[in-house]
Write a protein that binds this ligand. Structure first.
Ligand SMILES: CSCC[C@H](N)C(=O)N1CCC[C@H]1C(=O)O
Length: 351
């Protein structure tokens, strides 16, 4: 953990700043260990790492924080006042993509120092997971696989999409996790909605059902999609399913450290284009997963992000056809020194 702080300080030095005000919850958690980071802020200077939170967390914060992090219990305005002398005369980096305009105004008012909107100082460090982080994601995905196996028989004609979502959420809660995001259950024509969160639509015979969900366990997330066939889908839906499966498997097998994420996106996109489904693949191939469900690297068309060992990514091509339906198949994958390891183990449908 000390190493994380040292690496942040080195990154600040490279951009010519001396301190960092951390306001994004995932980064507060990453740097401090505090388990309620939405109610925390951090100040990192050359000699101090301070977690500011309020009196609701006096006990929790002290229990949670990593060695080398000091806890200061103070309401938000008092926290800024406490930090003011610590940053005097410094150029202070703030998280440009997370700090609200009003929070920035309050910092300016309280500190009278030069503020530098910085992008990705902590996120860049979070791209490559330490071993305990990989184990955190692996545990979340293992749990999600077990819950999916238990709920799979309930994905049948006559059930409502929302019943499937509730069963998944309940399974996650009973196993000690929470849902990483609103469960997507999109059946029949609703399959054309990439973010089709479960509705009260009844699943019908012949539907393909896209189920996309994740577990959040001890702060770390998983993310996986399976498309399930109920009864006998039409030949066109089967064709689309097999095209997406081919694209997904080819992209997973192509994962290599050192490659550009944009080139991996192209592997899946070229296959779907070859099947006349280029337009139907309406989003990017995937994203990184960790303390946040959507984090770097970006696996999108033309992405220059380079895959490195320790990155945890999704591979999730899809095809969406308005009025007909859709398919998405998604695996969670760890990039390793010599290739990859698939972390999601739920079986894929053969249609
Ligand atoms: C955080 S909700 C969506 C989770 C899902 N697995 C996902 O990341 N996507 C579904 C459509 C494409 C992709 C996205 O970019 O949102």
């Amino acid at each position: 953990m000390q190493q994380r702080l040292e690496r942040i300080r080195a990154a600040l030095g490279r951009e010519g700043t001396q301190a960092l005000w951390v306001s994004s919850p995932a980064s507060v958690r990453y740097l401090s260990g505090f388990t309620h980071p939405e109610d925390g802020r951090m100040l990192i200077t050359p000699t101090q790492a301070v977690l500011y939170t309020d009196s609701r967390y006096t006990v929790q914060a002290r229990e949670d924080v990593n060695e080398g992090v000091e806890v200061v219990i103070a309401a938000p305005q008092k926290a800024l006042e406490d930090a003011a002398p610590k940053v005097e005369g410094m150029k202070v980096a703030v998280e440009g993509t997370h700090l609200t305009v009003s929070a920035l105004e309050k910092l300016k008012e309280a500190w009278k120092v030069q503020l530098h909107p910085s992008e990705g100082v902590v996120e860049n460090l979070r791209l490559i997971k330490a071993e305990d982080e990989v184990e955190g994601v692996r545990a979340a995905q293992d749990l999600a696989d077990r819950v999916f196996a238990a709920v799979r028989p309930q994905i049948k004609a006559g059930a409502r999409e929302v019943d499937v979502a509730i069963a998944l959420e309940q399974g996650l809660r009973q196993a000690g996790a929470t849902s990483a995001f609103d469960v997507i259950v999109a059946s029949g024509v609703r399959g054309a909605l990439p973010h089709g969160t479960a509705s009260d639509k009844v699943i019908e015979d012949g539907d393909l059902v896209t189920v996309d969900f994740g577990a959040n366990l001890n702060g770390y997330n998983s993310d996986m999609t399976r498309t399930v066939a109920v009864g006998q889908p039409s030949d066109e839906l089967k064709r689309i399913y097999n095209a997406v499966l081919e694209a997904e498997e080819a992209a997973v097998q192509a994962i290599k450290p050192g490659m550009k994420a944009g080139d991996l996106d192209a592997v899946a996109r070229d296959i779907l284009e070859g099947h006349g489904l280029g337009e139907a693949f309406a989003h990017s191939l995937g994203h990184g997963v960790g303390l946040v469900v959507h984090e770097g690297p970006r696996l999108s068309k033309g992405s220059e992000d380079v895959l490195k060992p320790g990155m945890v990514i999704t591979i999730e091509p899809g095809a969406y056809v308005e009025g007909l339906g859709g398919v998405r198949i998604e695996d969670l994958v760890l990039v390793t020194e010599d290739g990859y390891e698939v972390l999601s183990h739920s079986p894929k449908e053969q249609v």
